[in-house]
Design a protein around this ligand. Sequence first.
Ligand SMILES: Nc1ncnc2c1ncn2[C@@H]1O[C@H](COP(=O)(O)OP(=O)(O)OP(=O)(O)O)[C@@H](O)[C@H]1O
Ligand SMILES: [Mg+2]
Length: 246
Amino acid sequence: MNDWSKAVIFDRVSKSFGPKQVLRDVSFQVVAGEALCVLGRSGTGKSVTLKLIISLLKPDQGRIWVEQDEITRLKPHELSRVRRKMGFLFQDAALFDSLTLYENLALPMLRLTEKSREETDFAVDKVLRQVGLAADKAKMPSELSGGMRKRAGLARALVLEPRILLADEPSSGLDRITASEIDELMLEQKATHKTTLIIVTHDVHGARRVGDRVAVFDGGNLIALGTAAEVAESENEVARRLVSEQ
Ligand SMILES: Nc1ncnc2c1ncn2[C@@H]1O[C@H](COP(=O)(O)OP(=O)(O)OP(=O)(O)O)[C@@H](O)[C@H]1O
Ligand SMILES: [Mg+2]
């Protein structure tokens, strides 16, 4: 299991909230440097899966590895070291409302790294340019549109140059052009830094373009995992329908 070529391993993971079982005995492996797109109907445990990877949630059963660390065994102070390898774009962007856009991005750098103010400014400016928000850095989150907040959340996830990028619906609610710009940016990140991408999305078109493989969740189970072409041939009808472009 201690496999350096894997970025994330789920080994028979189950998770319930009260009587509701969200994930049932789920196992999969994400290869280092690949892009995995996660599809599934609403409420099928996609966001929960990402939160398990960054240990915001703990599984009831099963084991999870992030690179060589079995995070389900780590103590809280050891977890922060592993979390630092990961950038997380939350489904709702989760910016701090009382901080400007600049401060939202600078905060993790100043808190989690030894970087100076100048280095931080440079890195923040660079990533804001990449997402097209360089002119907006003094704005408060409330002054940003929904799409701008998404891009800001992505910028914050990228600013620490994570080895693994977890993005929860990075392009939902965006127009086609902006959505494909976000896809391009993530692909560029993967090509330049060999970043592993795990992207939850409802955008089949984007998933086919960005994902080396797609995973489909349904009813608490991982019902398909493979290339889009393989999943399109899946025996499971839900999986087939979810990857087929309307
Ligand atoms: N912290 C929590 N406490 C209780 N129930 C939760 C919690 N987080 C998620 N759930 C439940 O787990 C199930 C899966 O939630 P999840 O957010 O993973 O869905 P999803 O696949 O991301 O859906 P969507 O596409 O709508 O974002 C839902 O029934 C949800 O209500
Ligand atoms: Mg979700």
